[in-house]
Design a protein. Structure first.
Length: 94
């Protein structure tokens, strides 16, 4: 249960080119941690945040035309057996 409770996410800007068909955990793009958005999990390890404001990250991409490599969503603690599930409101499991 401890792994689920400690399931915070972070959203950061990628700062190097990457390819969705070849990226893996071992070759994932580096990121700019300054300005990262941290999403805390609740006491059940769930994150139900339909209104996360990423405007500052998008504005940073707009301001830096040489560094538009997208955003990266990852766990704050990427250790074995930790996971995150993403779904839309249309998903029957939500």
């Amino acid at each position: 249960m401890m792994n689920m409770i400690q399931n915070k996410l972070k959203i950061e800007l990628a700062d190097q080119a990457w390819d969705e068909t070849t990226v893996t955990l071992n070759n994932q793009p580096s990121t700019i941690s300054n300005g990262a958005i941290i999403i805390p999990s609740d006491e059940n390890g769930k994150i139900d945040k339909p209104d996360i404001d990423i405007t500052p990250l998008i504005q940073a991409m707009i301001n830096n035309s040489d560094g538009r490599f997208g955003i990266k969503i990852s766990q704050v603690d990427e250790t074995i057996y930790r996971s995150s599930f993403f779904a839309s409101t249309e998903n029957e499991l939500v």
